[in-house]
Write a protein that binds this ligand. Structure first.
Ligand SMILES: *Cc1c(COP(=O)(O)O)cnc(C)c1O
Length: 413
């Protein structure tokens, strides 16, 4: 039996939905059901308003001007850096580098720290459940340096830590691990992974693209050396993200791109570089979106991550239970610790066909390999159907998904 109960004790989902204008639109004549939140989240009105406000009232280049607009833009840009510092509990604002997103954050570390520190014979460890953006930069680096990429295997969506321990050695220079899998929802035990890596003398990079929106992030308690996340997955704008690095490590790293802003003094013979974090922020940054990131982070903190998490957990449990009752459906990834990502396959049915039929009913899910082809290979499947839930989703919407799946299967089988 399908039961509906949209109001949890904790979170007023109806009130939250009012704040996301995109949720009011119709798709194919039906109210939108947006279950592609692991790809990107919709934006609350405060975020949209903040972007309009910036371009309407104080658009100017940062750090260089002495006029009022430049001062206001700079203040807002730097306030956003402070908000990001607080959001992940970094020790200092110098450790917060604005990037285009998680992908650029990882590439920055590979390009600068990696180029300087990785030598022939060294090893970098990743996992089987990485997003392509935490695989390819390390493959490129290993190829260039004659280093070796090692991979921690997983079983049913959980990393095999005993295998990880066997991979660690004095050759290990870096361990780069996804905190939460975008394809399966698994929450990885990063604290233990980091501790073991440090004991082996390796640094650790955490891909926080998915964890930053669901979990409370404390980079100091976690003790990671680098942490990257993207604004657009935390209800903020696209085109901006954050790379965190421990100060002493960032200080020892060569710059990323060269240009304005990242320099102290330039002569034709020699250039001295700017202090952190500006050393890694060459050129005019994405000021507008950086400014707006603060509005998004403040919004999430105001609603309360724990409340959001409890609500999403409830949705995941409900959706998991409902989906399991449909014959022929197999859930992919059954880790004990999961966030609100539900990935599944259906016997004899191509995920894409389901995706199209669901879209006809206004339901947005993701189908395919989710930028994690090696992981799909492990499961022996080309891809999955993925429904990923956010703070504004309801049990009624899950019910619509279930009905949509049942109708689709009737047509396809
Ligand atoms: C989305 C995602 C990325 C890449 O983030 P971008 O915003 O596309 O740079 C990396 N890792 C994971 C786990 C992701 O979900």
């Amino acid at each position: 039996m399908i039961q509906s109960n949209t109001i949890t004790k904790e979170l007023d989902v109806y009130a939250i939905r009012q704040q996301f204008p995109a949720l009011n639109r119709q798709v194919k004549g039906q109210p939108l059901v947006y279950f592609d939140n692991a790809a990107t989240t919709q934006k609350p009105q405060v975020v949209i308003d903040a972007l309009v406000d910036y371009y309407t009232n104080y658009n100017a280049n940062v750090h260089r001007g002495i006029h009022t607009l430049a001062e206001e833009a700079t203040a807002a840009f730097e306030a956003s850096r402070d908000a990001a510092r607080q959001f992940i509990n970094a020790a200092s604002r110098e450790e917060i580098i604005f990037t285009r997103g998680t992908t650029e954050g990882i590439n920055l570390v590979a390009f600068t720290w990696g180029r300087k520190n990785i030598k022939a014979g060294d090893e970098i460890i990743i996992t089987e459940m990485e997003h392509h953006s935490n695989i390819v930069p390390w493959q490129l680096l290993c190829e260039e340096k004659g280093a070796t990429l090692r991979v921690i295997p997983q079983l049913n969506g959980e990393l095999l830590l005993d295998e990880y321990k066997k991979l660690l050695s004095s050759r290990t220079k870096l361990v780069s691990v996804v905190h939460v899998s975008n394809a399966l929802g698994t929450v990885n035990p990063v604290e233990e992974i980091i501790k073991l890596a440090h004991q082996a003398g390796a640094l650790v990079m955490i891909d926080g693209a998915q964890s930053s929106v669901h979990l409370d992030i404390d980079v100091q308690a976690m003790d990671c050396d680098f942490f990257a996340f993207s604004s657009h997955k935390v209800y903020g704008p696209t085109g901006i993200g954050v790379l965190y690095g421990k100060k002493h490590i960032l200080e020892a790293m060569p710059p990323f791109q060269g240009g304005g802003e990242m320099i102290k003094e330039v002569s034709m013979l020699k250039t001295t570089f700017n202090d952190l974090p500006y050393k890694f922020e060459a050129g005019t940054p994405n000021i507008g979106d950086a400014v707006v990131l603060k509005a998004a982070l403040d919004y999430v903190s105001k609603v309360g991550k724990e409340k959001i998490r409890n609500h999403e957990k409830e949705l995941l449990a409900y959706a998991t239970e409902q989906v399991q009752q449909i014959p022929g459906i197999r859930i992919i990834g059954s880790a004990a610790e999961k966030v609100s990502v539900l990935s599944f396959v259906i016997d004899k049915v191509h995920p894409q066909d389901i995706g199209i039929l669901l879209d006809n009913r206004g339901i947005a899910v993701r189908t395919g390999h989710h930028c994690a082809q090696p992981l799909m290979f492990c499961f022996g499947i080309p891809g999955t159907i993925r429904a990923s839930f956010a703070m504004y989703n309801t049990k009624e919407e899950v019910d619509k998904l279930i009905v949509g799946l049942q109708k689709a299967l009737k047509m396809l089988l």
